[in-house]
Design a protein around this ligand. Structure first.
Ligand SMILES: C[S@@+](CC[C@H](N)C(=O)[O-])C[C@H]1O[C@@H](n2cnc3c(N)ncnc32)[C@H](O)[C@@H]1O
Length: 237
């Protein structure tokens, strides 16, 4: 049987996740960087403070965060992609097929809400943030990472990184959807939450090692600049 090449999709077409459905858990495949970022994100998740603590993973994909969720959480994943959710469920995630702007879970359901590499794919960022705040119980923590707009992110994370091993899959990002830190801060402030932000860049030596043997995780280094990839976290009062 001839292998059919994936069609060339418009930028940020969610059908790309179907084209690449078999590659989510390949640590050297098109989602390699999502594996590395999931590990970084996991380090910001607080320990579960009560029995039955719940973590809601918005835009969970195939559940790459699952190995990095601290013990004691029930991990709930929200996504629109059925193939990805099936793989997340196989990793112990309780899955909900839904839009992240209309999550079918009760107010205050979550001790932690995570939005990893999601916001830069969704036009209604304020809608997602308002869901995150609604889902959090008082004292709950939000953890996120996303990409800022501007020429530097466009150059480094789209034009260059899409052509590099371990970089994002070509055309997965539409730079017009990248999320300004000020916009994100304002959206959380509207829900009464203050976000702390920091930039991230790949650890250069780790990346060179990855190029050499394609085996190792690439760690990320915190940076002051919020002009490309950045992380955020905050607690609901
Ligand atoms: C770049 S992937 C990140 C997946 C996962 N958070 C990770 O880091 O491995 C973005 C995910 O968001 C999902 N997504 C995009 N827009 C969505 C929406 N409006 N509602 C639910 N899921 C959405 C996609 O299906 C995809 O699985």
């Amino acid at each position: 049987m001839p292998v059919t090449a994936a069609p060339r999709r418009p930028r940020n077409d969610l059908a790309q996740y179907d084209d690449m459905a078999d590659t989510w858990w390949d640590p050297t495949g098109p989602f390699a960087a999502l594996h590395w970022l999931a590990a970084e994100r996991g380090e910001l998740i607080p320990a579960a403070l009560r029995p039955g603590a719940r973590l809601v993973d918005l835009g969970c994909g195939a559940g790459l965060l699952a190995p990095h969720v601290p013990a004691g959480y029930e991990h709930h994943g929200i996504d629109l992609n059925a193939a990805a959710l099936q793989q997340a469920a196989a990793r112990g995630v309780v899955t909900h097929r839904a839009d992240v702007t209309a999550v079918p879970l009760a107010d205050g359901f979550a001790d932690v809400v995570v939005a990893g590499e999601l916001l830069e794919h969704v036009p209604d960022v304020e809608g997602v943030v308002s869901e995150a705040v609604r889902l959090l119980r008082p004292g709950g923590t939000v953890v996120l990472d996303t990409i800022a707009p501007g020429w530097w992110a466009d150059l480094s994370l789209v034009r260059v990184a899409e052509r590099l091993p371990g970089g994002p899959p070509p055309r997965i990002h539409d730079p017009r959807l990248f999320v300004a830190p000020a916009r994100l801060r304002a959206a959380f402030a509207a829900g009464g939450m203050r976000l702390t932000l920091r930039g991230l860049r790949p650890h250069a030596r780790d990346y060179l090692r990855f190029l050499r043997d394609r085996r190792r995780r690439v760690r990320f280094v915190p940076v002051r600049s919020l002009r490309a990839l950045y992380q955020g976290w905050g607690v609901k009062p």
